[in-house]
Write a protein that binds this ligand. Structure first.
Ligand SMILES: Cc1cc2nc3c(=O)[nH]c(=O)nc-3n(C[C@H](O)[C@H](O)[C@H](O)COP(=O)(O)OP(=O)(O)OC[C@H]3O[C@@H](n4cnc5c(N)ncnc54)[C@H](O)[C@@H]3O)c2cc1C
Length: 323
């Protein structure tokens, strides 16, 4: 789960924000409180394109209403970094890769950068996957969609596309698990940080697990895992609790790790995947400081299986990536 100075289970105290949010609505609650209290002047993040809601665009938000409108995960490509500034009176809510890029761009200095909020990220699905899913559910052409959300409005909530005359929707397991998740780009599959290590604060789903340890997605009131990765992040989280904006409860990091098998196994066997990719003649990024080699060597049988599986999938695919 990376390094941290505080870890909790959390949710927005305001029921509207908790319901609207992807899990517990904590990122929206913190953003909207920081804006209304004047602690920050704007947040760069992502939301549905108002002109074409089937798409996702970067947005600057300055009010509680705008924060609420942007709540919820957008499982589609979007570049928040394109509108972000390095002003320390701003905040940025973005994928871990963007938080990491912004931290690097600012020389790694904490306090002299915008407040960085992020979330666990399994990867960015293709935009085509959203449009295909709407089509497969019996919805109209993309330009006829008047609103679209991927989840939230419940936890985990339903993928829903609205159009003149009706809406189509499906549950989280089918939308993320079968339609969107399988289309995440190859670059995400060899990402060492799906957990927002460069952020001041990272949020995740605090799923329950079944007897076999797999996360379960039954509808219930939203609960996020909230991780403060810097002292600045912890101060914000504790002040938000003090102000009655979020509720915090103890969370064992082991429980969070169990509820996030994709994150733990991706990092554990990433070195094996990278070795196979290199052997297959493809270039891969160089990652330092994640201890990837040791993680893979600690479980050699599974690492070998991952290595072979990656090599197999590399065969017959075009240069540049594998699915
Ligand atoms: C691509 C993607 C992959 C994810 N993978 C995981 C995962 O592996 N494990 C897990 O536990 N959770 C994952 N999530 C969900 C994420 O963890 C939840 O958003 C998190 O639980 C925060 O919930 P919340 O209710 O506090 O957030 P909310 O209060 O709903 O706030 C979410 C904030 O994130 C912003 N946002 C939404 N989508 C994007 C985007 N694509 N780019 C930039 N900003 C965005 C919104 O504008 C909003 O400000 C993923 C989300 C995304 C978008």
């Amino acid at each position: 789960m990376g390094s941290y100075v505080g870890i909790w289970e959390a949710w927005a105290v305001n029921p509207e924000i908790r319901h609207r949010g992807s899990s517990g609505g904590v990122l929206t609650a913190i953003q909207s409180w920081l804006l209304t209290s004047g602690a920050i002047t704007q947040v760069a993040t992502a939301a549905a394109d108002p002109q074409q809601p089937v798409r996702t665009v970067p947005v600057r938000i300055v009010s509680r209403e705008e924060a609420l409108a942007a709540a919820g995960s957008r499982y589609a490509p979007v570049g928040v970094g394109s509108i972000a500034s390095l002003d320390p009176t701003h905040a940025i809510t973005a994928k871990p890769c963007e938080a990491s890029a912004i931290r690097a761009l600012s020389g790694g200095r904490i306090g002299e950068t915008p407040l960085l909020l992020s979330f666990f990220c399994a990867g960015t699905p293709s935009q085509h996957a959203t449009e295909r899913l709407v089509h497969d559910l019996g919805g109209p052409a993309p330009e006829e969609i008047t609103d679209l959300w991927y989840r939230g409005r419940g936890w985990p909530g339903r993928f829903t596309a609205v159009f003149d005359g009706g809406q189509v929707s499906t549950d989280y397991d089918s939308s993320w698990g079968q339609a969107l998740g399988p289309t995440t780009q190859w670059r995400c599959k060899i990402c060492p940080d799906g957990i927002g290590e460069a952020a001041d604060i990272a949020a995740a789903d605090s799923w329950d697990s079944d007897d076999r340890g797999y996360p379960t997605f039954g509808e219930q009131e939203g609960r996020s895992a909230l991780i403060a990765r810097t002292e600045r992040g912890r101060a914000v989280v504790l002040a938000a609790q003090e102000a009655g904006v979020i509720e915090l409860h103890p969370l064992e990091p082991e429980r969070l790790a169990r509820a996030q098998p994709l994150q733990t196994s991706r990092r554990q066997f990433l070195a094996a995947r990278l070795w196979a990719t290199r052997l297959g003649g493809r270039s891969v990024p160089r990652y330092r400081g994640f201890g990837l080699t040791w993680l893979s060597l600690a479980q050699p049988r599974i690492a070998l299986r991952t290595f072979r599986g990656t090599l197999r999938r590399l065969r017959g695919t075009k240069q540049g990536g594998i699915q």
